[in-house]
Design a protein around this ligand. Structure first.
Ligand SMILES: NC(=O)c1ccc[n+]([C@@H]2O[C@H](COP(=O)([O-])OP(=O)(O)OC[C@H]3O[C@@H](n4cnc5c(N)ncnc54)[C@H](O)[C@@H]3O)[C@@H](O)[C@H]2O)c1
Length: 70
């Protein structure tokens, strides 16, 4: 899910993982621009199927796993 830390994307991710028949996993790729907010994904950060990568879709090969910061 690109842009998954944004307003719409994060709501989509939260809803996907909250479903009783939840999708197995959701991987978010987000550049965390001015509008990307990690806190938007706080409710799912510990979900076993959730992972987050900071990266820019225009340079996707540079995406690297990024641990959560508090
Ligand atoms: N409280 C509110 O009502 C509220 C809050 C925010 C936004 N909005 C509205 O929502 C709409 C926008 O929502 P949205 O979710 O489409 O946009 P957004 O700007 O909220 O999210 C875009 C996401 O994409 C990421 N991103 C941008 N360029 C990227 C790139 N090259 N590679 C990887 N990630 C990248 C950003 O970091 C961000 O997380 C607008 O209509 C806005 O007015 C409403």
């Amino acid at each position: 899910m690109t842009g998954g830390a944004g307003f719409i994307g994060s709501e989509y991710v939260r809803q996907l993982l909250a479903r009783p028949d939840a999708t197995d996993s959701v991987t978010v790729l987000d550049a965390l621009t001015y509008s990307g907010v990690e806190a938007n994904l706080e409710p799912v950060r510990d979900h076993p199927g959730f992972s987050f990568h900071r990266g820019d879709t225009t340079a996707a090969t540079s995406a690297t796993p990024r641990p959560w910061t508090r």
